[in-house]
Design a protein around this ligand. Structure first.
Ligand code: FAD
Length: 502
């Protein structure tokens, strides 16, 4: 058995990766295990918003909204390549919330988190040259406010990369099988992709297993955490874009929920989400025809050109691992996070996370380290608010993108732009000295090249075609079935090792 590390983190979603980064930067020896790919679960199934959560104001979740609004500003500075400002248009519907209530909510949204760099909210009359795009003619007024969108799976990966650069060991395709306290430390069993079991030791254990949080608790001997998780499924559909402007829509639904229509991957709109309680993760494997119908009905109340099921080009379903606060209505279960520590006479702690948002992952990590601080007296203080994430050290993203276009005049503009959006300042590591497309090896389609795929395998733990086509990039959405098959065949070949992509 090897040396005793400080932290063993179970789960390579945004929360596990965020804690790994924070802890490694404070000088702790960290190992993170993820049973599948990084961000292969909830952290790639989200609505991809870094947002305060306007809707949560109605549920009096002021703590959460304030923290999330503050984090929006912080995260925009740390990762401006994968987090971008986004305007939201809320068309007013007189049968829903009254104007005074929306105005009050938006005022609070502009002020609750302190100073904001994004544009403040405003009321607009329709028809409007820009903001009534795609909407039915009868709508007379609306409101515009700011939030941000994020590439959720890339946010997870860049946190893991930063953790590794600060000394953490990140083991993907490695399953946590169980743990028990032995002689003042955790002794944990891990199983790799080859099925071979190994034992590691750590001074503290972090359960960041998202929807599997209780399954992981059940694998830990002697834990006394009795809190439970509420699994609430949420699904999205992807359709050809519903208007030509750059803003998102937030649409009120008669059941008092809201549905987002978010510009997605240049050519598409992402529509979501639903709130369906499920008993287990398997029940949330894919979107149901009923959910597709619900989302289409919600948007068709507002869209000038109604959408049909045949417009849906792709979809995904996920499950929110919410803290069970006893609410009857799945839309009202708290979206805030809850951290629980179990320890044995001041030793060998187990920290378990329930709930949380992508938006609040960095604060959740700080709170987690604060809970663990008594067990690591020499540990350094908070630091993650000030250091950009890998690729994020570009002060003005648009200026940097233009610089990169000028630096690579021989490469297709869209390809350079895609690489810059994914990798930020690290785009240079991907593109190197390439003068023309052929310098980047095979072109698989949608701007994905052999050079980038090899980089993703070598630097970002990508191991399968799915990891690359749907999480490290979204090229899968733009490729033809023939192109994705050809890429999968190449990955199979690459992994057998004649070439050396990693
Ligand atoms: C439909 C939907 C929309 C959402 N929209 C937003 C949004 O717009 N903005 C926002 O801020 N938040 C949003 N959220 C919330 C956000 O996505 C989640 O709170 C967040 O991703 C949870 O991250 P996590 O790391 O806790 O869990 P996960 O990402 O699920 O990670 C847990 C990981 O643990 C691994 N694991 C489990 N068991 C084991 C084991 N035994 N061994 C090793 N690994 C294991 C899993 O494979 C998984 O990768 C949304 C959620 C959903 C479902």
């Amino acid at each position: 058995m090897g040396p005793v590390s400080d932290l063993l983190i179970v789960g390579g979603g945004i929360n596990g990766a965020g804690i790994a980064r924070d802890a490694a930067g404070r000088g702790l020896a960290v190992t993170l295990v993820e049973q599948s790919d990084l961000a292969s679960a909830t952290s790639s199934w989200s609505s991809k918003l870094i947002h305060g959560g306007l809707r949560y104001l109605e549920q009096y979740e002021f703590r959460l909204v304030r923290e999330a609004l503050r984090e929006r500003e912080v995260l925009l500075r740390l990762a401006p390549h994968i987090i971008r400002p986004l305007l939201f248009v809320l068309p007013h519907d007189a049968s829903m919330r009254p104007v005074w209530m929306i105005r009050a909510g938006l005022w609070l949204y502009d002020h609750l988190g302190g100073p904001i760099s994004l544009p403040g909210s405003k009321a607009v009359s329709f028809p409007h040259l820009e903001f009534s795009a795609g909407l039915k003619g009868g709508i007379r007024r609306g409101f515009v406010y700011s939030d941000c969108r994020v590439d959720d799976s890339r946010l997870t990966v860049v946190n893991a990369m930063s953790a590794r650069e600060k000394g953490a060991t990140i083991l993907t395709r490695t399953r946590f099988e169980g743990a028990r306290r032995v002689e003042g430390a955790w002794e944990a069993t891990l199983a790799g992709a080859d099925g071979v079991a190994r034992t590691v030791r750590a001074k503290a254990l972090v359960n960041a297993a998202g929807p599997w949080v209780v399954d992981v608790l059940d694998r830990i001997q002697g834990d006394r955490i009795t809190d439970r998780v509420r699994l609430v499924k949420g699904s999205h559909i992807i359709v050809p874009k519903v208007h030509s402007q750059g803003h998102a829509l937030i649409l009120q639904n008669p059941d008092k929920r809201v549905v987002f229509v978010i510009p997605y991957e240049q050519r598409f709109s992402l529509i979501g989400t639903t709130d369906v309680p499920v008993a287990n993760i398997e029940e949330a494997a894919r979107i149901t025809p009923g959910e597709v119908e619900y989302l289409l009905a919600a948007v068709n109340r507002f869209l000038a050109r109604p959408l049909a099921a045949s417009d849906v080009v792709s979809s995904y379903a996920g499950v929110r691992p919410l803290y069970d606060d006893g609410s009857d209505n799945p839309s009202e279960v708290t979206r805030d996070y809850v951290l629980k520590v179990d320890h044995e006479q001041g030793h060998v702690p187990l920290l378990t996370l329930f709930g949380g948002k992508i938006t609040t992952y960095r604060r959740l990590a700080e709170e987690s380290l604060a809970k663990l601080a008594p067990f690591f007296p020499g540990m350094k203080g908070d630091w993650t608010a000030g250091e950009p994430l890998p690729g994020g050290d570009v002060a003005h993203f648009n200026g940097f993108r233009d610089e990169m276009r000028a630096r690579y005049p021989g490469l297709p503009r869209d390809l350079v732009e895609g690489v810059v959006r994914r990798h930020g300042s690290r785009a240079v590591r991907v593109l190197g000295e390439a003068g023309c497309l052929a310098d980047l090896g095979i072109s698989f389609g949608a701007g994905l090249t052999q050079r980038e795929a090899e980089y993703l395998v070598a630097e970002e733990w990508a191991a399968t075609a799915e990891d690359i086509l749907w999480r490290r990039t979204k090229c899968g959405l733009h490729m033809t079935p023939g192109e994705t098959d050809a890429f999968a065949a190449w990955m199979g070949e690459a992994r057998r090792g004649s070439r050396s992509p990693g």
